[in-house]
Design a protein around this ligand. Structure first.
Ligand SMILES: [Zn+2]
Length: 277
């Protein structure tokens, strides 16, 4: 490989859309196709990359949202990517237009390619916003409290199933765990029975019911009005604190599950993706 060209067996030299972003020894390369585009995923063995320093901001609870991407116990709300809404409108329009095209026609094939490209784009935008969020969390905080969503059990609820699939909770957890490991932070996953939304963070009363459509609620015991996501994030932060305390103090930690992460090895492999022109 030199500059913006890559040599592919049986094909010869192929131009790449962008240069390789990392220096080091190239270990392997994988060529893949997404919609009608080709990608080269190149693994490079590098020295440690200079990273923005960790900030040791302590504990954070993270509530992954339906409306926003995430709410933090610090009061920050991270909106979902703006581009997504527009893309979703285009998606609906393209799907309708595809349905109207005659089977086997050239126009149908074209519409199909367009649709596949848009699907790929949406997936990339989503993945990118998750990466930004998880990198930031691992860099800023020492302890990160997250929920253990019982995704399987929730798939029955149609509306929720969609947003959970959309936000890619599993992917969020995978990312935050490996990034925390690199940064020496701790991820505390709350038990799936922990009522992070229904628990009043002011007085500790647990609501019987809290339908998903209810975004703001008032605790009948202490009259505190809660933003649903903010309250959950606060509870997750507290859960994380009490879990680390009980883990260190040797108290019974009950059904708490904890991911203790180790510092990363000195060398790491970096995957870089470059679009072939
Ligand atoms: Zn209360």
């Amino acid at each position: 490989m030199t500059g913006r060209r890559i040599r592919i067996p049986h094909l010869g030299w192929v131009k790449m859309r962008e240069e390789l972003r990392f220096r080091g020894k190239i270990v392997s390369a994988t060529i893949s196709r997404q919609a009608d585009r080709w990608f080269a995923s190149i693994t490079v063995d590098t020295e440690d990359l200079p990273k923005r320093p960790v900030e040791h901001q302590g504990v954070v609870g993270v509530d992954l949202g339906v409306l926003s991407l995430a709410t933090l116990s610090t009061g920050e709300r991270i909106p979902g990517p703006k581009a997504l809404r527009r893309d979703q409108r285009r998606l609906r329009r393209l799907s309708r237009s595809l349905a109207r095209k005659k089977k086997g026609s050239k126009n149908r094939a074209k519409a199909k390619t367009k649709l596949a490209r848009l699907h790929a784009r949406i997936a990339n935008v989503r993945q990118d916003s998750l990466h930004q969020l998880t990198s930031e969390l691992a860099r800023r905080f020492d302890v990160i409290g997250i929920e253990d969503l019982n995704v399987g059990g929730m798939v029955r609820n149609h509306r929720l199933a969609r947003s959970i699939a959309d936000m890619g909770f599993r992917e969020f957890r995978r990312q935050v765990e490996y990034k925390a490991a690199r940064r020496g932070a701790l991820v505390v996953v709350a038990s799936r029975f922990f009522p992070s939304s229904k628990l009043c963070s002011a007085c500790g009363r647990i609501q019987d019911k809290l339908p998903l459509t209810v975004r703001v609620w008032t605790c009948p015991a202490c009259r505190t009005t809660h933003d649903r996501d903010q309250n959950a994030a606060t509870n997750l932060a507290r859960y994380a604190v009490s879990s680390t305390v009980s883990a260190c103090g040797g108290e019974g930690s009950g059904n708490r599950h904890m991911t203790v992460v180790k510092p990363a090895p000195a060398k790491q492999e970096v995957g870089a993706k470059a679009t072939l022109a």
